[in-house]
Ligand binder design. Structure first.
Ligand code: ZN
Length: 268
């Protein structure tokens, strides 16, 4: 997530009013579990922040869930570790986080952390992943979120949206050997204008457990201190759990849900 979350950031993310929801498409909640779901994320840990509660719920209902992590996460630590070791460690953390909630497939595109670009080459790569995984529902960062500072989240959002468009056209990439694929729905997370919510009350603890799999991110994004032996401060963990509870509670309020992950719907 790269320093994208904390109490201050949380406040910005949760300033969702009833008026905002009414301006968007007709608000909806709790769709039937789809056959296949794919989340396309900038960094290891973004899926846990934004979709893990929903994916945990759907995985229990039989949905085939997959993550595509675009960057290698090589810049996401304030600790003493080489970039090469960090990449491997973050892949391990991401796989553990996915496994904890029943996500069956995790792919790493391996683009350099901090330097993700949406261009014709990366669009093709992501489009072909979509054609291979054939998700019914795709989740991606909302690239139109105003005043977003981190370039990877912005680029990841545009890249995913452009790849969805390319993947659905049979005349695009005819040499790929993969048939075109059009998902039924595209949901954008990390949005300021949510118009769909999934209740996650029963999978909130699974989401938190998945988040806590990302130990390399304790200091930089979760504000959890670790001692010299690497043991995490229990008070820091408890405070983080409280913040996630408050965040999902606040997200659910406009939709009259106790705890929710919220999204902006896009027609595909
Ligand atoms: Zn991120």
């Amino acid at each position: 997530m790269t320093r994208a979350w904390g109490p201050e950031r949380q406040a910005g993310q949760t300033q969702v009013t009833n008026a905002t929801v009414q301006e968007a498409q007709t608000p909806t909640t709790n769709m039937a579990a789809p056959a296949r779901a794919l989340a396309i994320c900038a960094h290891p840990d973004d899926a846990e922040f934004f979709v893990a509660g929903t994916f945990a719920k759907w995985a229990k209902a039989g949905t085939f869930c997959a993550y595509l992590v675009l960057t290698d996460g090589s810049k996401g630590s304030w600790g003493d570790i080489s970039s090469e070791d960090l990449v491997l460690l973050r892949q391990k953390e991401q796989r553990a986080a996915a496994e904890a909630i029943g996500v069956q497939r995790v792919d790493f595109a391996g683009f350099e952390d901090g330097f993700l670009v949406n261009n014709l080459d990366t669009r093709r790569e992501v489009a072909l992943w979509i054609r291979e995984i054939r998700p019914t529902v795709i989740f991606a960062h909302d690239p139109w979120k105003p005043y977003r500072l981190h370039p990877d989240h912005r680029e990841a959002g545009f890249l995913a949206c452009d790849a969805v468009t390319a993947a659905r056209e049979p005349s695009v990439y005819p040499d790929s050997g993969l048939p075109a694929h059009r998902p039924d729905k595209l949901f954008l997370f990390e949005t300021n204008t949510p118009d769909h919510a999934e209740e996650i009350s029963h999978t909130l603890e699974d989401k938190i457990a998945a988040l806590l799999s990302h130990k390399t991110q304790y200091k930089s994004t979760m504000d959890i201190k670790r001692d010299l032996k690497g043991k995490a401060d229990p008070q820091g963990i408890a405070a983080f759990q409280t913040r996630v509870h408050e965040w999902t509670q606040e997200s659910g309020k406009p939709f009259n849900l106790p705890h929710a992950e919220v999204f902006k719907k896009l027609r595909t």
